[in-house]
Design a protein around this ligand. Structure first.
Ligand SMILES: *Cc1c(COP(=O)(O)O)cnc(C)c1O
Length: 494
């Protein structure tokens, strides 16, 4: 299976090359030349397998330069019992009659990013071997909170890699920040950026496309790679859990093969919901793809009007991992909806860079609206949803609440009451202050103490590693202006 760029479809890279490079030199995103099918027979067979076996199987369809033995070993290590606190890895929980919740936060950092970032370092390590690379990969990450921690946890002390994480100084929760600045590992670096997530992400993109920096680092024995969800090695492991959830619904007797399941995904950079789209494209019987946004509703408008316009107020919300106005992975969807028209995609992306806006053509818009529903949820809606589900004995975080809320909006607006799964992307313990307030409690002043407080009030056990944050020393205190991110990287890679 070869990979092309969304901005140059004549490219043909192996999976190992695409994973090693992260982002194409032309600024485009690597995408498989074709999508393998998953037949009814295969899905039925997957129903009998463990999560690890499902992962190795589904990923193997895209990674033919990796052996089945390699992929099984990777899946075993990524989703092992000492990393994930449940053998199901990504368990489904029923949240009322036709509504199920796919819990994606049982990994080491309590956010769904672990699902991909426990796998990516292994794929990257193997890709370096397979491509005969002797330089050290330096992973540059811009994070809205969860990616940075999950990436460092995945890459800490992985040979032949270094990792530098940039986070928006005022755009992450206290717990998220503490998780990052206490990260172990000799090959990790963390720095706050004065600005928002888009500033951090733009800085990382700028460094990637800077040839002078690339040459300087090559001289020092480094090359840059990405762990952001633009890397194919991030998207692919996420396809697995949508297939897996379908199998689990069959196993639970909730559906028969062929029944369509609607999936509602709390969305930021469009990686998670794109993976769901790919699961559908492969043949998993997925119904509507429901794209849930917070007050930063650029995707809601896009799905409803066909106009992507980032010229709007940026809102800092209680679901910070979704505070994004440029959803990078949308480019892969555009490429697909356009029938692989790389020139058209390049044009849209140029308009976005220049004017902050583009409008897709009528044909693409029709396809988009047939596949997707877009909705958003404001802060009051988020709080109310947490309270309502808690009253129903289910404690969820702010991001998950956005999805639960938009799923309800979808049902009310369309009358489609069919079976639906909403994705739960973080443990409520990552956002204790908002969750405590939502359930009518006053958070104590110390952010780490709030973990114990939430546990006491609700009786829901906190993830072990979050509870362990208490008393940990910060290792990193760097802050940079967004224009100076280059210097931080050059210092880190001395
Ligand atoms: C990253 C993240 C999201 C958004 O996922 P995308 O793949 O960027 O759309 C949603 N919720 C949480 C908790 C996250 O960490």
């Amino acid at each position: 299976m070869k990979y092309l760029s969304t901005r140059d479809k004549s490219l043909r890279l192996t999976a190992a090359e695409a994973i090693k490079m992260g982002l194409s030199r032309d600024g485009g995103l690597f995408t498989p030349v074709e999508f393998p099918a998953l037949s009814e027979q295969e899905i039925r067979a997957l129903c009998q397998k463990t999560y690890q076996e499902r992962a190795a199987y589904v990923m193997g369809k895209f990674l033919d330069d990796f052996s089945a033995e390699e992929l099984s070993a990777f899946a075993g290590a990524a989703y092992s019992a000492d990393k994930f606190d449940t053998p199901a890895v990504a368990p489904l929980r029923q949240a009322g009659g036709q509504t199920w919740c796919l819990e994606l936060w049982h990994g080491p950092t309590s956010a769904f990013k672990d699902m991909a970032l426990q796998m990516l370092p292994q794929l990257l390590s193997a890709s370096l071997r397979k491509t005969g690379e002797d330089k050290t990969a330096c992973i540059l990450v811009a994070t809205s909170g969860d990616t940075g921690k999950a990436a460092m946890e995945g890459f800490a002390d992985v040979p032949q890699t270094k990792i530098m994480v940039f986070y928006p100084r005022d755009g992450v929760s206290e717990i998220q920040k503490l998780q990052m600045v206490t990260q172990r590992g000799d090959n990790v670096g963390v720095c706050a950026v004065v600005g928002n997530f888009d500033d951090a992400q733009n800085g990382v993109k700028r460094i990637f496309s800077d040839t002078a920096i690339r040459e300087e680092l090559a001289g020092r024995g480094y090359f840059l790679s990405s762990a952001n969800s633009i890397n194919w090695g991030r998207i692919l492991p996420q396809v697995v859990y949508y297939v897996s959830a379908y199998c689990d619904l069959m196993n639970a007797g909730a559906i028969a093969y062929g029944d369509k399941v609607n999936y509602c995904v709390p969305t930021g950079n469009f990686g998670n919901i794109l993976a769901c789209y790919y699961a559908k494209k492969m043949g998993t019987p997925v119904g509507k793809l429901i794209c849930a946004s917070n007050r930063n509703d650029v995707l809601t408008d896009f799905i409803r009007t066909g106009v992507y316009d980032r010229n709007r107020t940026f809102h800092t919300t209680m679901s910070p991992s979704m505070d994004i106005l440029i959803s990078s992975n949308l480019e892969r969807l555009l490429f697909d909806l356009s029938g692989g028209d790389d020139a058209l995609v390049r044009g849209y992306m140029e308009q976005l860079a220049k004017t902050g806006r583009y409008e897709i053509d009528a044909g693409m818009k029709a396809k988009l609206q047939e596949l997707f529903y877009g909705g958003f949820c404001d802060e009051t809606g988020t709080t109310d949803t947490i309270a309502a589900l808690y009253a129903d004995h289910y404690l969820i975080d702010t991001h998950t609440a956005v999805a639960a809320n938009v799923l309800q909006q979808y049902r009310t607006e369309t009358g489609d009451e069919g079976i639906a799964v909403f994705a739960s992307t973080a443990s409520p313990y990552k956002f204790c202050d908002s969750v405590l307030e939502a359930i009518g409690e006053t958070p104590v002043s110390d952010s780490v103490e709030r973990i114990a407080q939430l546990e006491q009030v609700t009786g829901v056990k906190a993830p072990r590693r979050l509870a362990e944050l208490k008393g940990k020393q910060a290792r990193f205190d760097g802050v940079t202006e967004k224009e100076k991110m280059e210097d931080v990287v050059l210092n880190f890679l001395r």
